[in-house]
Design a protein around this ligand. Structure first.
Ligand SMILES: [Fe+2]
Ligand SMILES: [Fe+2]
Length: 473
């Protein structure tokens, strides 16, 4: 179905055909805009930004580019096209037709999942609220804003589902999504990582690399859902999400490139010398990666989880890319994992259904490794030994079997004291953060880059890198 842009809320769900729902969402719309004005990149409300907006959900139609003032962005409700005769792809109802309504017995589980996903979307906009003031270039500023408006749209996607399928509870949850705020003492966001401050651009690139990638895997799992509107919503969100990870991967890659240039210029890899030249030394980058990777791993939940088993059994949430597996019921299959016991590591065999969080997390870890390989090739080519690595998934965990257990980044169990002693070398110290912050000086001359980051290889939508992507006022 084509997107109707004549409507107050652009949509391809025939909103005009359901007046009650339309009215309810039109009532929520000004609350969303108030939230955007207060918690979004509000100091740039009057700036024209070169943004893409969806005008159709098919491959050609959805990315339409033009200059837009962010508060006038056409946030709307876009579902991927329905798949004819789609069948449930996993769990106890495998092979049956998918659901167009939420079955009563699974209502609260679905609602919780949608609310949790929905909560992350505005949370990230809040976390990135002030970054515009320290942008390394107009190109990057535009990318930040693109990510922000799309996270706003992802909130719309979840709010639509809540309003359309969960009645009064859903409407209340939609209001709550605007009432919780990232880092708020009284009403924080639901998940830990989404309460971490993102106050510098290195953190932003790590966030988009690691935390938006968690989003990708959650959306992939939900795209498998038997509840078809949820599946279709998430399938379209994935197309937008890909850009966020692009921003992270190329952002970190450009930091590496610039650091390598400085190392070559100075003829040294001494962190202090590199810092004095205004670039980010590779060990500091490694600490940032350690921080955001370990934090993002918690988002997948416990290694062994009866909740995850129930979600799978009931067809609520599948494995990412479920079609890659042969056994979609996973009733007799088992999964082996390593858990700590009395200071040692032991192998444990659990039912596959109970290990679904871990299956998804491991797929995520493999995906995270791709970028590191690329950055490491850059370093090798430049003649350096240094290699970036992902820490062990046991390191610095707050959720699951390894929660609170002191290990080093290699995953070896160590005593608490050694952990505390080692931590400043493993995650950014206060001094690291202060240094990175000191580099964050706003650069807004078209085509110019801050000294700590290399220019991108190409601009947006075939435009040159020095295009004026944001018209500041
Ligand atoms: Fe998102
Ligand atoms: Fe995202």
């Amino acid at each position: 179905m084509a997107i109707d842009y004549a409507e107050r809320i652009p949509n391809n769900v025939n909103l005009a055909g359901d007046k009650t729902l339309q009215r309810a969402l039109e009532h929520w719309q000004p609350h969303f805009l108030d939230w955007w004005r207060e918690m979004g990149p509000n100091d740039f409300s009057a700036s024209e930004v070169y943004l893409r907006t969806a005008i159709g959900v098919d491959a050609q139609g959805w990315a339409h580019y033009g200059e837009v003032k962010m508060p006038e962005y056409r946030w709307g409700i876009f579902l991927a096209d329905a798949v004819a005769d789609r069948r449930i792809g996993f769990g106890d109802f495998y092979g049956q037709p998918v659901w167009q309504q939420v079955p009563g017995e699974f209502r609260s589980q679905f609602r919780r999942l949608i609310v949790t996903q929905g909560d992350t979307e505005p949370a990230s906009v809040e976390q990135q609220h002030l970054l515009g003031h320290t942008c390394p270039s107009l190109y990057d500023l535009r990318n930040l804003f693109q990510v922000n408006v799309e996270e706003g749209r992802h909130l719309w996607a979840m709010v639509y589902l809540l309003h359309a399928y969960f009645g009064r509870d859903g409407r209340e949850e939609a209001e709550e999504l605007l009432a919780r705020h990232s880092g708020d003492v009284d009403k924080p966001r639901i998940l830990g990582t989404f309460n971490e401050p993102v106050e510098d651009w290195l953190s932003f690139f790590c966030f988009t690399y690691f935390t938006d990638r968690d989003g990708k895997f959650q959306l992939k799992s939900l795209a498998e859902s038997s509840f078809d509107p949820l599946s279709r919503t998430c399938r379209f969100m994935l197309t937008e999400e890909a850009h966020h990870m692009f921003v992270g991967e190329t952002g970190i890659g450009r930091v590496v490139r610039r650091t390598l240039e400085v190392m070559k210029e100075l003829g040294t890899d001494d962190p202090e010398a590199i810092r004095r030249r205004g670039a980010i030394d590779l060990p500091t980058l490694q600490r940032y990666l350690n921080f955001w990777f370990s934090s993002s791993l918690d988002l997948f939940g416990s290694e062994i989880s009866s909740n995850a088993a129930a979600s799978f059994a009931n067809g609520i949430k599948g494995r990412p890319d479920e079609t890659q597996y042969e056994d979609h019921v996973a009733l007799d299959a088992t999964y082996e994992l390593e858990v700590p016991e009395d200071g040692h590591v032991k192998q444990e065999k659990v039912s596959m259904r109970n290990a679904m969080n871990e299956v998804t997390r491991m797929a995520y870890v493999r995906d995270c490794e791709i970028g590191l390989k690329r950055w490491n090739i850059q370093m090798k080519r430049a003649g350096h030994e240094f290699q970036l690595t992902l820490p062990s998934p046991r390191f610095r965990r707050s959720i699951g079997a390894w929660a609170g257990l002191p290990t080093d980044p290699q995953g070896r169990i160590i005593d608490r004291e050694a952990y505390e002693r080692g931590l400043p070398d493993w995650i950014p110290s206060a001094a690291d953060r202060a240094f990175v912050k000191s580099l964050m000086q706003k650069v807004t001359q078209p085509g110019k880059m801050a000294g700590w980051i290399a220019p991108p290889e190409r601009g947006i939508n075939n435009l040159p890198v020095d295009y004026e992507y944001v018209h500041l006022t």
